[in-house]
Design a protein around this ligand. Structure first.
Ligand code: B12
Ligand SMILES: *[C@@H]1O[C@H](CO)[C@@H](O)[C@H](O)[C@H]1NC(C)=O
Ligand SMILES: *[C@@H]1O[C@H](CO)[C@@H](O)[C@H](O)[C@H]1NC(C)=O
Length: 139
């Protein structure tokens, strides 16, 4: 009983304390490290790699937000599709568009194989040491 009451107060304090980091931003909760590689198969611009992490079974979008917050070299935007959720629109200032038929393709390299994701950034759950590939591409 005592313990539970104490925990509740402690939790409340954590929530109310000004400037307290959100749970998902605390490094001790960010337990799944993975990397993000940005490539461009249209211009063959040099690849860039970044490291980030998510909380237990956290979504890719959140890991990308965390990276954007901590690494000034990584930026992205997305739009909200009414059916499928977040659609990755631009990475580091480069935007996919229907006129040129370009988009940011999502891939994941796990161990020795590269797989094309069958869901978007709002639904994919990275595993430890995944390499997410954001590849600018024509369709
Ligand atoms: C054409 C198509 C695309 C085209 C759309 C280009 C265009 N402007 O037409 C391109 C090649 C860009 C594309 C990309 C992707 N797609 Co797609 N796509 C389709 C497809 C075959 C038809 C969609 C369509 O035209 N519908 C008819 C129009 C009238 O309806 P609409 O609502 O306006 O369609 C829009 C949305 O579907 C949106 N869209 C298309 N794909 C995706 C994916 C996500 C995650 C989101 C949020 C939106 C979205 O683009 C369409 C045009 O604006 C569907 C499968 C199907 N048969 O429905 C898959 C489908 C929607 N795509 C899918 C996926 C997974 C992707 C990718 C994540 C693949 C990847 N690994 O890179 C990427 C998106 C990456 C990102 N940047 O976020 C999945 C979504 C499943 C899910 N629950 O998330 C589907 C269902 C196919 C599948 N694998 O099962 N796609
Ligand atoms: C960039 O990364 C992609 C995906 O891993 C790879 O296929 C390509 O060869 C790389 N390009 C360069 C220039 O390193
Ligand atoms: C990947 O590695 C596994 C074992 O490490 C092996 O069984 C498999 O054949 C490999 N796949 C490819 C595409 O090389």
């Amino acid at each position: 009983m005592m313990n539970r009451a104490f925990l509740s107060v402690a939790l409340l304090l954590l929530v109310l304390l000004p400037g307290a980091p959100a749970r998902e931003d605390s490094p001790e909760y960010c337990v799944t490290p993975f990397s993000i590689l940005v490539s461009n198969s249209v211009t063959n611009a040099p690849n860039k790699t970044y490291s980030t992490c998510v909380v237990y079974r956290g979504i890719l979008l959140k890991g990308m937000r965390r990276l954007q917050k901590t690494n000034k070299g990584f930026r992205f935007t997305y739009t909200e599709d009414p059916t499928y959720g977040p659609y990755l629109q631009s990475v580091n200032g480069l935007k996919g568009n229907t006129k040129d038929r370009t988009y940011w393709e999502l891939l994941v390299k796990q161990a020795n194989e590269t797989i094309r994701l069958n869901v978007g950034i709002g639904a994919f759950i990275p595993s430890e040491n995944d390499q997410i590939i954001l590849n600018f591409k024509e369709y």
